[in-house]
Each structure stands twice: as structure tokens, then as C-alpha cells.
Ligand binder design. Structure first.
Ligand SMILES: NC(=O)C1=CN([C@@H]2O[C@H](COP(=O)(O)OP(=O)(O)OC[C@H]3O[C@@H](n4cnc5c(N)ncnc54)[C@H](O)[C@@H]3O)[C@@H](O)[C@H]2O)C=CC1
Ligand SMILES: CC(C)CC(=O)C(=O)O
Length: 341
């Protein structure tokens, strides 16, 4: 396996080191090429993602990414031209984000809700494409537009992938999340495509929730969800809340998948670069470690993926909520447990 590694910025660097420690313990000998991309390179050279690097990255079996974004760089520059460019150029149209409450993990919700759902977030369209513009900038009459791009092709392929996943899960339930009561053009397209594709999956129960209602249901009845399919922006927001109810954003893993395998898929935690705790041994590396498990599963090594998930599950069950350990300590614990399994 040839792995491209982009630690990126802030805690991306901290958690990636621990994710690789665990990978090495489970699958020794993986060839890793590390890329110096992110704020440091940008400050030093002005480069964000040179075409030559993008070309090289394409040749890997998978990419492991930490996080992108740094306060020393104007907001969005690296996020758009590095992270989103990778997702778009490598056609990561499924952003798969599992939300699972592991036994023993404290949730801010009352009781012991059952939480085990997966979000299929469209990854190449929506309002993240940069379409739009500004008129009369800096004047009282300034106009700003941010266009949400939704193509029938792009929506259908992620909807189909979500149905296939729902079909394979015991509950076989798929929820479209959108805002069709207001966003009639894009929402209408999503709804029509879900309706059309549903006829191919008669065993899957389909329903629909407005995204604002999902914010309520995730807190009051998270067990109602099995597979959620939604657009790029709604999926980004829904999965931060999903992380928070499952014990914290430091546990939330994510996979940017190119299901057609025309380019490598990219695995990264849901969280960002967290400059407030970067370099302080405070970041929980578990999300990055679980992202490695998603990567191994995608690459066909289900046994190694299951081993990582088991080790994480056992560690979470034993962790003291007030003293989970530092970034390195958690990484070492997980790697040691994985190596001796
Ligand atoms: N995929 C990516 O690379 C993403 C990058 N970003 C970028 O990251 C930077 C910071 O963004 P924020 O909005 O602050 O989001 P963030 O996810 O970096 O941090 C939000 C809060 O969660 C905490 N947190 C995050 N990860 C944690 C971990 N592993 N362990 C413990 N606590 C953790 C942080 O300390 C902070 O209080 C920005 O530049 C943003 O654009 C944001 C989200 C995703
Ligand atoms: C471009 C990213 C900063 C957006 C984000 O939060 C994400 O997609 O995970």
C-alpha cells in the first residue's frame, strides 16, 4: 500500500502522528509519502497545492489528512484551495461520516440513547464550489452571492451510494435531509432523485426531514437515524453535531470517497485544525485513528479495520472522562493494544 500523508495544520499534525503510529502497529510496512502542504508551506513559498504535487498524490492508494486551516492565513484560502481542491479534483463525491455512540462514552444527551448512523454528505457540489460573486464591494450597495451547485448527475450518484449503504444495514432506513420548504430548486431536485432511486431499493424505508428539524431530532431522538443523505453544506453542519452527541468531535471520523476509484480516496477526522489547542498534546487523536480504520476498510482490509475499531472501543470503555490522556498517550495506548491483539 502506498499512502500519501498530509498532516496539514494545527492539531492535524498532532493527530496524524498518532494515527500513523496505530497504522504501523496494525499493518506494518506501509509505504508513506508525507507532503508538506498547509500554512507553513504557504507562508514560506506562497504555494498551496502545486499541480505537480496533485499529480503525484493521485498515484497513491489512499490519502490520510490531518486538518487544514491556520489563523496566520486569511480565512478560507487554504481550506478552499487545498482541502476542497483535493476533494473536487479527486472526485470525492461521497463524504461518509459515521456517528456512533460507543459503550462507556459520555454523551451530553440524557439517558443512554442508541446512536449509530452514517451521513452520506455530497462532497463535490453545493455552495462549496466557489460559484458566485461580489458586486460593488465595500459599498453600502454591495451584493454577494454564493451559488449552490446541484447537478442531477452529482445528486444521483451520492443518493445511489447512500441507498446501497442503507440496503446493507439491518435497519434499512434512509433519511433525506434538506430544506425543501424554502430551497425549492435544489431541494426539489434532491427529493425527485431520492423518489426515483427509491424504486430500485424497495426494502429501504425512506423519509425526509428539514435540516432545522434534524438539529432537534439529533438531540431528542438520535436513534431515529440510520443513513442520512444530504448536500455538502448541510452534511458539514449535521456531522459536527453528530460528533458532539457521540462524545465529542475528537472521536468523529470521516472518509472522502471516490467510489468509482478513478482517484485515491482521502481519510480525515471531521474536526478542523483547532488552533486553540494545537501543539499542546491536548487533541484527541481517536477521530484520526478511526479514519485510518475507514481507510483500511475501503482498501479491503476489513480485518485490520475491525481490529482498530475494537481497540478504540475497548479504550473508550476504560477511559476516565476527566482524564482521557494527552494526544501522544492515547496514540501510544491504542498502538500498543493493537500490536498485541
Ligand atoms: N477538515 C478540515 O481540515 C477542517 C478545517 N477547519 C478549519 O480549522 C480551523 C479551526 O476551525 P474551528 O471552527 O475552530 O473548528 P475545529 O474543529 O478545529 O475546532 C472546534 C472546537 O473543537 C475542538 N476540537 C477539535 N478537534 C479536537 C480534538 N481532536 N480533540 C479535542 N478537541 C478538539 C477545538 O479545540 C475547538 O474548541 C479553521 O481554519 C477552519 O477553517 C474546520 C473544519 C474542518
Ligand atoms: C473546507 C472545510 C473547512 C469545510 C469543512 O468544515 C469540512 O468540509 O469538513
Amino acid at each position: 500500500m502506498k499512502l500519501g500523508v498530509i498532516p496539514g495544520d494545527g492539531i492535524g499534525i498532532d493527530v496524524t502522528a498518532e494515527a500513523l503510529r496505530v497504522l504501523d502497529a496494525v499493518v506494518p510496512g506501509v509505504e508513506k509519502i508525507e507532503y508538506d502542504l498547509g500554512a507553513a508551506r504557504y507562508r514560506r513559498t506562497g504555494e498551496i497545492l502545486p499541480d505537480s504535487v496533485l499529480h503525484e498524490v493521485r498515484g497513491h492508494d489512499a490519502i490520510l489528512l490531518g486538518a487544514i486551516g491556520d489563523p496566520s492565513v486569511p480565512p478560507g484560502v487554504l481550506e478552499r484551495d487545498l482541502l476542497l481542491r483535493l476533494r473536487f479534483e479527486l472526485d470525492h463525491y461521497v463524504n461518509l461520516r459515521p456517528a456512533k455512540l460507543y459503550p462507556g462514552v459520555a454523551t451530553p444527551l440524557t439517558g443512554r440513547p442508541e446512536i449509530d448512523f452514517i451521513v452520506y454528505r455530497e462532497g463535490t457540489e453545493g455552495p462549496y464550489t466557489g460559484n458566485g460573486g461580489t458586486l460593488r464591494r465595500g459599498t453600502p450597495n454591495e451584493v454577494a452571492t454564493e451559488v449552490s451547485v446541484n447537478t442531477a448527475f452529482g445528486v444521483e450518484r451520492v443518493v445511489r451510494a447512500a441507498f446501497e449503504r442503507a440496503q446493507s444495514r439491518p435497519r434499512k432506513r434512509l433519511t433525506l435531509v434538506h430544506k425543501t420548504n424554502v430551497l425549492k430548486h435544489a431541494g426539489g431536485l434532491w427529493q425527485r432523485i431520492v423518489d426515483a432511486v427509491s424504486s430500485e431499493f424497495p426494502e429501504v424505508t425512506v423519509d425526509y426531514n428539514h435540516v432545522d428539524a434534524v438539529m432537534i431530532h439529533l438531540v431528542t431522538q438520535p436513534e431515529r437515524y440510520d443513513v442520512i443523505v444530504t448536500d455538502n453544506l448541510f452534511g458539514d453542519i449535521v456531522t459536527d453535531l453528530a460528533g458532539a452527541i457521540c462524545g465529542g468531535i475528537g472521536l468523529a471520523a470521516s472518509a472522502n470517497i471516490n467510489p468509482d476509484r478513478t482517484a485515491p480516496s482521502m481519510f480525515e477526522p471531521v474536526h478542523g485544525s483547532a488552533p486553540d489547542i494545537a501543539g499542546q498534546d491536548k487533541a484527541d487523536p481517536t477521530a484520526a485513528v478511526l479514519s485510518v480504520a475507514l481507510m483500511l476498510e475501503h482498501l479491503g482490509d476489513a480485518e485490520a479495520a475491525a481490529k482498530i475499531e475494537t481497540v478504540v472501543r475497548e479504550d473508550l470503555a476504560r477511559r476516565e472522562p476527566e482524564k482521557p490522556g494527552g494526544t501522544r498517550e492515547i496514540g501510544e495506548r491504542l498502538a500498543e493494544a493493537a500490536a498485541t491483539r
